[in-house]
Structures are given as C-alpha cells and as structure tokens.
Design a protein around this ligand. Structure first.
Ligand code: G3P
Length: 218
C-alpha cells in the first residue's frame, strides 16, 4: 500500500519524508489556505522533496477553466497530479489530461457510482472521503470495499483507490485489508501508526536490563 501525506505543510512533509515512508502528497484548497503560502511556491517545494505524485487541485468549475489551470499546474514539476472534483466538468477535464498522459486525482467521491465514472474517465486515482461519510452517519469503509470490488471486475480499469479523509489508524489498516492502493494520511495519524504502549514498555525494560550488563555494542 502506498502512503501519501495529506498536507501542504512543508516542514511536516520534510520530516515525514525522512522516514522513507512517503510515496506522494495530496493538497487541497483548504490545506493550501492553512499553510498561508503561495500555491505555486509551496507545490514547487513539495515536488522537490517527494518524488512521487503530488496532487494540486484546480479551482475552476468548468472543464475549459480546469484544463487551463491544470496546464499551468503541470508546468511546476513532472510529478504534479491534477486534482479535479467529481462533477461532469471535472470528469471531462480528467479525460483530457489522462488522454495526454498527465496523472489525475478525482476528488470528493462519496459513492460507488461516482467512482465508476472516474474509472471510465481514465482517472489515475479516485479519492473516496471515508471520514466525511462517517461524520454523517454513513459507512466510509463500506464505500472503499465496494469500489475495490467493483474495479477488480474489470482488468482495463487502471484507476487506483486513494483513501482520503482518513481520521484514524483503523481506517488505514482496514483499507489495506480491502486492497486499496493508496491512503492519504494526515501527519498526526501517520505518526500514530507506529505507536503502541507495549512497544514503549517493552523497550524501556530491554534498555534497563541492557544497562545492567554494563556492555556496549559500539
Ligand atoms: O484531501 C482530501 C481529504 O483527505 C480531506 O480530508 O479531513 O478534510 O475530510 P478531511
């Protein structure tokens, strides 16, 4: 399973990239606003730190506008992935870009029917938002299971399921068990993945017993 980090905070990205666990980055207008930085500057920096796909979202709502914006965005770096919303206009723009070999992430997916359309539009990634479905009392992970099952029926669907709006480590392990290709993870949740109280407790005991031996490895 590939791990993307869902942030536009370059400090966090650098820090997490150093773990060797980052395969890509996703941003959205909310995350760019939160960074307080210039869209193009921040994306340029992110693309230089992480060699994998870096999602940059368009803000136009019509296909020609999305295409014009996307064409500017792809000039930033080779690893830019154009992010478009799951609307008819977004799907048209998706088809345009993927036909020309540009990666596209279709975002704001909340149903299996929408995911089917994205695959037919040749999307590189489909982003179903699990947390936001859970927030309204629906089952976000059931949607992931449905999309993975649906895509598996057709060899010619190359779209990868990118689980988005992740709120906790269980979303990630459940998605991995379902065979989702990618999880885009907020930095705090990515850090949570390594934590277990028994690991901390076990290490503490090992270190104190080692100290008693008076030995050194190096
Ligand atoms: O990047 C899209 C998605 O991951 C947003 O998550 O937490 O705003 O629902 P959230």
């Amino acid at each position: 399973m590939k791990f993307f980090v869902d942030t536009a905070d370059i400090k966090e990205i650098r820090d997490l990239a150093a773990t060797g666990m980052l395969d890509g980055v996703t941003t959205n207008p909310t995350l760019i606003a939160k960074s307080g930085r210039d869209f193009f500057d921040v994306l340029k920096e992110i693309c230089a730190v992480v060699p994998g796909p870096i999602s940059a979202e368009v803000t136009a709502t019509d296909a020609p506008g999305m295409i014009a914006e996307g064409e500017k965005l792809v000039k930033i770096a080779k690893n830019i992935t154009i992010k478009v919303p799951l609307t008819w206009e977004g799907l048209k723009a998706c088809k345009h870009f993927t036909s020309n070999g540009t990666m596209v992430n279709v975002t704001l997916c909340f149903s299996a029917a929408q995911a089917l359309l994205a695959a037919k539009a040749g999307a590189t990634f489909i982003s179903p938002f699990v947390g936001r479905l859970d927030d309204i009392g629906q089952d976000g992970m059931q949607l992931i299971s449905d999309i993975v099952t649906m895509y598996r029926q057709y060899d010619y669907f190359k779209t990868e399921v990118l689980v988005a709006s992740i709120r906790n480590p269980v979303h990630i392990t459940d998605a991995a068990m379902m065979g989702a290709h990618v999880a885009t993870i907020p930095p705090s949740v990515l850090r949570q993945l390594v934590q277990h109280p028994l690991t901390d407790k076990g290490l503490e005991v090992f270190l104190s017993d080692w100290k008693k031996t008076g030995q050194k490895i190096a």
